[in-house]
Ligand binder design. Structure first.
Ligand code: CIS
Length: 209
C-alpha cells in the first residue's frame, strides 16, 4: 500500500469549499512522512509544517460549528483582526502551509510525469528544484535559499523516495507512480482551491523570510 493512498484527500464539492476537519485530518499525516526520508535535514521543515497545522487546528477546535470550512476561518479572522489581517492567526499559518502543499504537489506531479535528469536518473534534484522554484523560492530571501541548496544534498534517491512512499515495501516503479497520480486527483484541486480562496479574499502576501 502507499502512504499517499492511506491519506487521500476527499473530492471537493461543486462550490470548491474545503471542509476544515477533513482537511486537518488529512494533512496531519504529512509531517510523519519526513521521518521516512532518512535525514535530520528535514526536521526544521517538518516542525514548520507541524506548527502551521497546530495553529489552524487550535482555531478550529475553539468552535468547530463556526469554522466548518477553511474560508469560514479566514473570514472570521478578517473581521476579528482588521488591519493586522492577513498576516496573523490561522490565516498566516494556512498561507504558508499551502505553499508547502504546492511544493509537494509539483514534486509529485513532476515525478509522475517522468521528468528526470537523464545523466542521473536516480536523483530527484530536477523535480525538487522545479517544485522549489515554482512554490517557495520567491518567498525566501538569500539565506533561506542557501539553506534550500544545502537541504537539496540530503534529498533521497528517487528509488528510496518511491520506496518510502510505498511504506518501505519493494513496489514496482510504475505501480508507485500510478498511486501518485491517483493521489493527485483530489489533492491538486484542493491545493488549487485554497490558492483561489486566498486570491479571492485578497489574503495573499508576498513578503520574504
Ligand atoms: C548560521 C546557521 C544557521 C542555520 C540555521 C538552520 C535553520 C534551519 C531553517 C530551515 C528552514 C526550514 C524551512 C522553514 C522556513 C520558514 O521560515 C518559512 C516561513 O515560515 C512561516 C511559518 O510557517 O513564517 C511565518 C512568519 O513569517 C509564520 O511563523 C509561519 O508559522 S505560523 O503562521 O504557523 O505560526 N516556511 C516555509 O518556507 C515553508 C516551507 C515548506 C517546505 C515544504 C517542503 C516539503 C518537502 C517534501 C519532502 C520531499 C523530499 C524532497 C527533498 C528535498 C526537499 C527540499 C525541501 C525544500 C524546502 C526549502 C526550505 C529551505
Amino acid at each position: 500500500m502507499s502512504v499517499l493512498l492511506d491519506n487521500q484527500f476527499k473530492e471537493l464539492p461543486p462550490d470548491k469549499s474545503v471542509d476544515t476537519k477533513t482537511f486537518l485530518d488529512t494533512v496531519s499525516h504529512l509531517p510523519a512522512f519526513f521521518d521516512c526520508l532518512g535525514s535530520k535535514a528535514f526536521s526544521a521543515i517538518k516542525s514548520d509544517i507541524n506548527g502551521n497545522i497546530t495553529k489552524i487546528k487550535a482555531v478550529y477546535v475553539k468552535d468547530p460549528a463556526k469554522y466548518v470550512t477553511l474560508q469560514d476561518i479566514l473570514e472570521a479572522e478578517r473581521a476579528e483582526y482588521a488591519s493586522e489581517w492577513p498576516k496573523v492567526g490561522a490565516t498566516l499559518a494556512l498561507m504558508w502551509l499551502k505553499r508547502g502543499l504546492r511544493f509537494i504537489q509539483i514534486l509529485l506531479q513532476s515525478l509522475a510525469d517522468g521528468e528526470k535528469d537523464e545523466n542521473n536518473p536516480n536523483l530527484i534534484k530536477v523535480n525538487v528544484t522545479k517544485a522549489y522554484e515554482q512554490a517557495l523560492k520567491r518567498y525566501h530571501g538569500w539565506m533561506v535559499q542557501r539553506i534550500f541548496s544545502a537541504v537539496l544534498f540530503a534529498a533521497p534517491y528517487r528509488s528510496n523516495f518511491l520506496k518510502a512512499l510505498s511504506k518501505g515495501e519493494e513496489v514496482k516503479e510504475e505501480e508507485c507512480l500510478a498511486n501518485i497520480r491517483h493521489f493527485l486527483v483530489n489533492y491538486t484541486p484542493t491545493v488549487d482551491a485554497i490558492y483561489e480562496m486566498y486570491m479571492n479574499l485578497n489574503a495573499e502576501l508576498d513578503y520574504t523570510v
